[in-house]
Design a protein around this ligand. Structure first.
Ligand code: G4P
Length: 528
């Protein structure tokens, strides 16, 4: 590769940031995303993303469910430029009905923004999504939202983050008052105050100070809030964790920012700190070692497959995360699993609902590839080389249902549907052991069942019946001479698609008892 092309690659990689926002529904993810896009000029009007949320994919009628519930099942990527940076936000559905897709999308991110409602603290979905990110050790930045409402004490929130999530935190800024008394935030790194003026949205008034004891803060906030701020920050200076970029990069320390997305307060300074501290596209592991984004040859992997975004075509779109090199429209690459060359002719990039054809893309970018049925989740594509990226993790399902076909004549279509939908990662499939040959579906969110049922009917013409089973936990069993008869009370043993034994448990108690009684057996949360 010529040196100017290498230089171009370096510049493009260095300026990119690819991240996901993780949060519990209603914490304000749509609002924050929208404000970020406004800064990047990617949208012109506030309300566009909101409208999209309410009105998502009106054109894709297979996702009736989406419309009916006003939620997003599918996730895509939003891209914008800000002060020289190219920002990719991976849009993960925050609804509690989220699916494995959400988890897998997180594998394509280099960092995450954890959004927390100041009144509610760390909530259930946040915990799950955090854990997926923490397992990969990616940097996590925290934004504590809705400061304009009466929320919990900031120290309480920090303590909760540490206790529940097991990560230390370092406040980058600190609120001066809260709720009706909110007056501003003090930026500990830049030693500046951002003033809150609820009545003038979007106008940001920032002034430089000596430090938090600066007299101008007393003037602005009054004695009471000023004294409070000084006390809090003295305590933080003495007892708080110091900022340590290395720890942040290893995911051991989360920088915490306070603000209000709705009021556009603290958002811009958050974005600027984030872009400075978050990593540019990171290497990914492959069978033959780590692949560096600056490696000149193009490579990437498919982390998500989505069917029928356009109902007029029965096509699928495969989402590719670029790992190294430069991607060009029409380039020929190796489809490593299939062992052949393919031409990438219709790459698409996604912003809101538009699908733009792209010419070039770089590591960190997400590209949508037209998929006539040749891709599977986890497939690697590489230029002239047989790079195979590590398998994407499968996630332990938490909901289970027995599936039966209403019309036995449709068995062939049913089988085809099951095969394709498991390949896309819509559901995980297990077979019962014992006398009956039953098919059991496992999912992480209820919505996956609904999507499965809907697509079986509309795409494969098969009516199915799902019968919920009482199990809540799945563990892959590994060991010699496992006595499966021990797994009968409040549990059962099934086989996954590679015929590996998986025990399903009705309760945490049943799981714990089984672990105690079978010290020689390993109970794995994901497939070995
Ligand atoms: P989500 O995507 O995480 O589910 O949350 P979303 O942005 O839709 O926000 C959930 C609700 O919280 C919305 O109110 C939104 O306006 C509100 N919100 C977001 N950020 C802030 C903030 O900084 N302060 C306050 N006070 N509220 C905030 P809603 O009533 O459900 O919707 P809408 O009627 O405002 O559209």
């Amino acid at each position: 590769m010529k040196s100017d092309v290498l230089e171009e690659l370096r510049t493009e990689v260095t300026r990119r940031r690819t991240f996901a926002i993780i949060s519990h529904p209603d914490a304000g993810k749509t609002t924050l995303t929208e404000k970020l896009l406004l800064y990047g000029g990617a949208i012109r009007e506030a309300g566009s993303v909101k409208a999209r949320k309410a009105n998502r994919h009106v054109t894709s009628d297979w996702m009736e469910i989406e419309k009916q519930r006003g939620i997003s099942v599918t996730s895509s990527v939003l891209q914008f430029d800000y002060k020289g940076h190219r920002v990719n936000i991976l849009d993960t559905p925050g609804h509690q009905d989220f699916s494995e897709d959400t988890y897998r999308t997180l594998t394509a991110a280099d960092s995450a923004v954890m959004l927390i409602d100041a009144a509610k603290g760390v909530e259930a979905q946040t915990i799950k999504l955090f854990q997926v990110c923490a397992k990969r050790g990616i940097p996590i930045f925290t934004f504590i939202n809705k400061l304009d409402r009466d929320g919990r004490n900031p120290f309480d929130l920090m303590e909760e983050i540490e206790r529940v999530l097991g990560i230390r935190s370092v406040p980058m800024n600190w609120p001066i008052g809260m709720g009706r008394e909110l007056c501003g935030i003090y930026d500990r790194m830049k030693r500046q105050v951002e003033r809150f003026r609820g009545e003038v949205h979007g106008e940001i008034e920032v002034h430089q100070v000596e430090d938090y004891r600066d007299a101008s803060i007393r003037e602005m906030a009054g004695d009471y809030l000023y004294d409070q701020l000084c006390q809090d920050l003295e305590l933080l200076d003495v007892a708080g964790d110091p900022f340590d970029l290395e720890k942040v990069r290893r995911g051991e320390l989360t920088p915490v920012f306070f603000g209000s997305a709705l009021n556009n307060f603290g958002v811009q300074t958050f974005l600027e700190h984030f872009l400075e501290l978050a990593p540019s596209p990171t290497p990914r592991k492959s069978r033959t070692g780590e692949v560096d984004p600056l490696s000149p040859r193009f490579s990437g992997y498919i982390f998500k497959i989505q069917a029928n975004m356009n109902p007029a075509h029965r096509d699928r779109v495969a989402f590719l995360r670029i790992v190294s090199g430069r991607f060009e429209r029409g380039m020929t690459v190796r489809h490593v699993r299939a062992g052949r060359e393919i031409k990438l002719s219709q790459p698409q990039q996604f912003l809101a609902q538009d699908r733009d054809i792209i010419e070039r893309a770089y590591p960190g970018d997400i590209v949508g590839l037209f998929d006539p049925g040749i891709f599977r989740i986890g497939d690697s594509l590489a230029e002239k080389e047989d790079i195979e990226f590590d398998e994407l993790p499968t996630f332990s399902p938490e909901l289970f249902a027995k599936v039966t076909v209403k019309n036995a004549m449709k068995h062939k279509q049913y089988q085809k549907g099951i095969d394709q939908l498991t390949e896309e990662g819509t559901v995980q499939v297990f077979r019962s052991t014992g006398g009956f040959d039953e098919t059991i579906l496992g999912v992480v969110g209820q919505l996956q069942f609904e999507v499965f049922e809907y697509r079986m009917k509309h795409e494969y013409g098969v009516d199915i019946e799902l019968q919920r089973m009482p199990y809540q936990f799945a563990r892959w069993l590994v060991g010699d001479n496992i006595d499966f008869s021990k797994f009968r009370i409040n549990s059962t043993v099934v086989r996954d698609k590679k015929d590996r034994p998986v025990a399903l448990f009705e309760s945490e108690y049943a799981l714990r008892t089984a672990i105690e009684k079978n010290p020689d057996v390993k109970f794995l949360e994901t497939a070995p």
